[in-house]
Design a protein. Sequence first.
Length: 232
Amino acid sequence: MIKCTCEIESFCNSLHELILEINTLHGDFSTEFSLNNDVTHFHMKNTQIRHVTEVVKNKGLFTIDNAFYSLLQSYAGKLEEIVINNDLEYVYNDFDLRLRVKQPDSIVNKLKYYQLGKQMNGTIALKKCLNDLLGIRITIDSFDHNKECFKSICELLSKQYRINFLDSSKGEYKAFHIYFYGESNKFFPWELQIWETKNEATNHRSHEKHKQEYTNWASIYKNSTEVVEKKR
């Protein structure tokens, strides 16, 4: 447990280092991936879900742009190398750090939810929907994002880099999220979640509820992997 100022500052310093390391990793990986000429790259801010998906409701059909689906598969495959080869879990073992790659089928289910379940007809930017293709989570005994040292980190780094700091607590879900966007709008964002140990059980329950919402749409629109070449 963090009990005194020196311990709080030590924690903030370690968290500062972790955020910087993830930001560098994201930038290096994304820059290298952007040079991949085997896939078509999309503008994450200007491209909306409706631009890369299509719904034929009377046929229960959900289709995805061929080029975009290929991009997702290639990106997820490359991300697996990050999980295997990085040493973040070892270096930051005090944070109980975990990494996971969102798989293409889960991505498709999320796209369906934001296209159909959000009642916005797919007018949501890819940047907002697909912001966690690589998810990193740390779980600690005590964390208060209102502490001055952490607020200073957020203020400093948000000015220096394209990083967004967000209290994502809602209902029984209690967490602070950090999003890494990188230098180009063609980069997929990554997500870092900060959990407190006491909230693990309720947070996992909340995740399962959200996951169920996505899979409900998947059961309605079963042809999720059918892709078509769409006009742009």
